[in-house]
Design a protein around this ligand. Structure first.
Ligand code: GLN
Length: 548
């Protein structure tokens, strides 16, 4: 029988609830348990696929092709939880389900209400991920006190009743603001948010406190008294110095795994084994040098808009034992100030995925600069499409080459709409999504990186490399080195003579973990490190760091 942990957040959003939930998952795995992680989002959208990345951050894609919340990225980077279409539910999806049933007559004429119909639907969603795991960790999005979160809180309260004592556990993550003027840390907002939970009937077993200053004994005592939580279950999650990957170690040092095991009456086969994470942190703390990577995108002001990209780059940094510095460049600025001025001195350029015309010419100019100056280049999805347009215009001499996403009647539509996409009307969930196969060409950089010839990667796009231009572009030096054989679609392009120039139609950033960095990110960073003079230039496939 699975046990259930529910993580809620109080006081403010953006406290790192996703990260904390993922870290809890990792701690439990390190104690020998299998886990499933899940996020419930109280907003009305059916999924975040149609939301502006400026507001909501990156859209995460699961292997089975759902567009989901970016917290699922933390879950996959920290744990082995199977992340799929049941790993993220929103109010929109749940009401959709309830209303569909009502229209079908499934409720046999009953009056449909939030309790029990909507709360039952929520509980079903939670139980869908519970097959063959020891512990389900469900994170509730938003902040306690939000109106739209109420049905979810009510549903998890009922779960405690349904599952019986010792089978469910509530963990509340909160902020202790520090007032520099009076030099005080305040616990009142935490008291209020736990009071709000208790009003509904939820008693947290653990309160995890985020604070910029160390938690004093008096604060623990106060939170314990006012929140009805034992003192040892008031835990500090202090800000980490080097990397978010330290969070699990911080929580272990606070004894969180023991608290969970006691509360859920679990029997752990062994003490936590986090040796690979400890080694990882050691590698992060002792880099051989610093490498600067430019990321040129449209939503560059918001770190979360390219969350998995930055994380995967950092994994590449860990693999090569170098520290990364990011030069974040709004692609529009390149159009005004020129690629040379903005990219001067960088050791690598990454152009991530995106939608819409704004900043496209800037990306194309940046790619041209990287190609002409031998700067390692990694293009992802839209980045690969821009590299194709650039090569078409400047290597193949196809004037007016473009993607039909931006110029419907382009003189040379080198990127065009997939046949199956022509009839699509609904915008939500209708792209080419999720895992597709790709066959790699022997001797290519991609094949060298993966060290195998058949791979699978996640997709999220409507437009595609236009095969009518395949031979023309190949002759000009842009070589397709990865192809989806079933549909004869070009998935990877490379420029062989260049130090490292790879564009991929898929999203490798969803398949990288700190403990097993994605091969393309690893090799891209290695090539950039070579340019930075850290490894011997000209031989990016061998590095001191990995030879050690
Ligand atoms: N806008 C492009 C397409 O739909 C690229 C999508 C992406 O980068 N995720 O094909």
């Amino acid at each position: 029988m699975p046990k259930y942990i529910f993580t809620t957040g109080g006081v403010v959003s953006s406290l790192g609830k996703g990260l904390t939930s993922a870290a809890i998952g990792l701690l439990l795995e390190a104690r020998g348990f299998s886990v499933a992680l899940q996020k419930l989002d109280p907003y009305i959208n059916v999924d975040p696929g149609t939301m502006n990345p400026f507001q909501h951050g990156e859209v995460y894609v699961t292997r089975d092709g759902t567009e989901a919340d970016l917290d699922l990225g933390h879950y996959e980077r920290f744990t082995h939880s199977d992340i799929n279409r049941h790993s993220n539910y929103t109010t929109g999806q749940i009401y959709n389900e309830v209303i569909r049933k009502e229209r079908r007559g499934d409720y046999l004429g009953a009056c449909i209400q939030v309790v029990p119909h909507v709360t039952n639907a929520i509980k079903e969603c939670i139980r869908r991920v519970s097959d063959s795991v020891d512990v389900v960790i469900t994170e509730l999005g938003g902040t306690v006190g939000d109106i739209e979160g109420l049905p979810f809180l009510e549903a998890i309260r009922q779960m405690a009743l349904d599952e019986g004592p010792g089978n469910t556990m509530f963990i509340h993550l909160t902020l202790l603001p520090y007032l520099p003027t009076s030099g005080e840390t305040k616990t009142k907002p935490t008291q209020h948010s736990v009071a709000k939970l208790r009003e509904i009937g939820i008693q947290p077993a653990v309160v995890i406190c985020r604070s910029s200053v160390p938690l004093e004994e008096e604060h623990r005592a106060k939170i314990s008294l006012f929140c009805n939580v034992p003192k040892e279950a008031v835990i500090e999650e202090r800000d980490v110095d080097h990397s978010i990957y330290e969070v699990p170690l911080v929580l272990r040092d606070e004894g969180l795994d023991d608290l969970i095991i006691d509360h859920l009456r679990l029997e752990s086969p062994h003490a936590p084994d986090l040796s690979d994470w400890e080694e990882l942190i050691e590698a992060i703390k002792t880099p051989h040098g610093e490498v600067e990577i430019a990321v040129a995108g449209k939503y560059i002001e918001l770190h979360d808009a390219y969350k998995s990209i930055y994380e995967s780059l950092s994994h590449g940094g860990i693999a090569n034992r170098v520290k990364l510095r990011f030069r974040k460049i709004a692609s529009e600025r390149i159009e005004e100030e020129g690629a040379g001025a903005l990219l001067e001195g960088v050791h690598g350029l990454l152009v991530p995925g995106g939608f819409g015309e704004r900043g496209i010419e800037g990306k194309i100019q940046a790619i041209r600069y990287a190609r002409e100056n031998g700067i390692p280049f990694f293009g992802i999805c839209l980045g690969m499409q821009c590299a194709t347009i650039e090569a078409a215009r400047n290597l193949a001499g196809l004037e007016g080459a473009h993607s039909t996403e931006f110029v419907k009647d382009a003189a040379h539509p080198v990127i065009s709409l997939l046949e199956e996409q022509r009839e699509v009307v609904d915008m939500g969930g209708t792209m080419r999504l999720g895992n597709y196969d790709c066959r790699l060409t022997d001797g290519s950089r991609a094949a060298a990186a993966y060290a195998e010839s058949d791979i699978e990667e996640r997709h999220r796009h409507r437009y595609e490399f236009n095969n009518e231009y395949r031979s023309r572009l190949t002759e000009s030096g842009l070589i397709p080195t990865g192809v989806n054989v079933d549909h004869d679609l070009v998935e990877i392009v490379e420029i062989p003579g260049h130090p490292w120039f790879v564009g991929v139609q898929f999203h490798p950033e969803f398949n990288s973990r700190p403990t097993s960095p994605h091969p393309l990110f690893r090799d891209f960073v290695r090539a950039a490190a070579a340019r930075a003079g850290i490894f011997e230039a000209g031989d990016p496939t061998r590095s001191e760091a990995t030879d050690e």
